[in-house]
Ligand binder design. Structure first.
Ligand code: FAD
Length: 281
């Protein structure tokens, strides 16, 4: 019973459990003129067989997406494909996926996880991105280290996605949601674009988006707005109609509860929304 109710709450943000669900929702958004990112949900995988299964699923997703050029992309966590077991395994799996995506001319994106993993994620990313230009990386504006991490990516061709950060972190490591974070976020976007990177401005924060438009950032070459499926869809629609490049990030998979937890952690009112949803059932 509780399982069913939680799943219903998760379905606001997750397209479903199967690849067909993700691809179907993605296709509908593509038909409306959005670009898409797709993620097979999973993180902190502790067994090699499960990492292998995740690589297989991600590879099948790449094959199913086919040649969609820049309009579709695949995202994943390195801890879903081996980072928890061995950095080398994560690298090998990332390289295998990137080689397959290169054949399909598809871009990949490595997500950023909690700060305890940041160093290893960047290490694996830098190594792989110097061989595979089709891999991008996500950076979290809330981490104090991020302004120093950005210049080290200058020589790499991959796109940079800038997010605020979904994980709760200690004050020594990160700043919480605040005006200071918004200022830092925009500085990072400005710096990354100024350095010639292609940048995904990944936020639903209307004030940040308005300011990015005011400063001409969203119309710079290589800039796009990226938003999560189910969050502020009216804002995404409005911006798309106004002619800005908008990409929607969709997820699918059996581990939808993980994804729901992140959405609640970054925006606690979602807990009330989830409970209200359950009460309506
Ligand atoms: P916030 O200040 O959190 O929210 C601004 C406004 O947006 C809120 O007032 C509300 O109106 C709306 N809003 C925001 N979140 C929600 C929500 N969950 N439900 C309903 N309304 C909401 N984080 C990582 O740590 N690692 C990643 O790899 C990562 N990848 C991401 C990829 C994409 C494409 C996006 C859009 C986000 C990603 N995130 C990732 C999550 C990100 O770090 C933030 O937690 C999330 O985007 C919410 O922050 P915000 O910038 O929208 O601003």
């Amino acid at each position: 019973m509780l399982y069913g109710l939680l799943k219903k709450a998760a379905l606001q943000y997750v397209t479903g459990e199967s690849r067909i669900d993700g691809l179907g929702a993605g296709q509908r958004l593509l038909a409306k003129g959005y670009a898409i990112s797709l993620e097979y949900i999973g993180e902190s995988t502790a067994h090699a067989e499960e990492c292998e299964a995740a690589v297989e699923e991600i590879t099948a997703l790449i094959d199913d997406l086919g040649q969609k050029g820049g309009s579709a992309r695949v995202s994943f966590d390195l801890s879903h494909i081996g980072l928890m077991l061995d950095t080398e395994l994560a690298y090998t799996n990332l390289a295998q996926i990137a080689a397959r995506a290169q054949v399909a001319e598809l871009e990949l994106f490595v997500s950023m996880e909690e700060s305890a993993k940041t160093e290893r994620i960047l290490e694996v990313y830098k190594r792989a991105a110097s061989r595979y230009p089709n891999i991008g990386i996500t950076l979290q504006a809330h981490l104090h280290r991020t302004p120093d991490d950005l210049p080290a990516l200058a020589a790499l061709p991959g796109r940079i996605r800038i997010v605020k950060g979904a994980y709760q972190e200690a004050v020594e490591v990160a700043i919480s949601r605040s005006e200071a974070l918004n200022v830092r976020y925009l500085q990072l976007v400005e710096k990354a674009l100024g350095d010639g990177h292609r940048v995904s401005i990944a936020t639903h924060d209307e004030r940040i988006i308005e300011e990015a438009i005011r400063r001409g950032l969203l119309t710079m070459r290589g800039a796009e707005l990226e938003m999560l499926y189910g969050i502020r869809p009216e804002l995404g629609g409005r911006l798309k109609s106004a002619g800005y490049p908008v990409r929607i990030y969709l997820t699918y998979g059996h581990e939808w509860y993980l994804y729901l937890c992140h959405r609640i952690a970054e925006y606690p009112p979602n807990l009330y929304r989830a409970v209200a949803n359950m009460a309506d059932s």
